[in-house]
Write a protein that binds this ligand. Structure first.
Ligand SMILES: [Zn+2]
Ligand SMILES: [Zn+2]
Length: 86
């Protein structure tokens, strides 16, 4: 481990966004999981309707966010991505 001073950089493995922080640094959470990978708009929190009659497994009850700009809507299961700065 090399002792470095100055700035640390890290890249989000999901969206490729790079972060630069002054040392000392801590892992940071990239907010790309909130944004639709198709259109880039911020998605809305998905609240699953658990009524058995409308249950659709392909929708995925594990979906966390939904983007209604698409038909059918895009369901995202992505969770927050921790970016480690080195
Ligand atoms: Zn990201
Ligand atoms: Zn979208």
């Amino acid at each position: 481990m090399t002792a470095q001073v100055g700035y640390a950089t890290g890249k989000c493995p999901k969206c490729g966004k790079t972060y630069t922080r002054k040392r000392p640094t801590f892992p940071i959470i990239c907010d790309c999981y909130k944004f639709c990978p198709l259109c880039g708009q911020e998605m809305t929190l998905y609240t699953p309707d658990l009524t058995p009659t409308v249950y659709q497994s392909e929708k995925g009850v594990k979906a966390l966010y939904v983007c209604n700009n698409h038909g059918p809507p895009y369901y995202s299961t992505q969770t927050a991505v921790e970016v480690v700065l080195t």
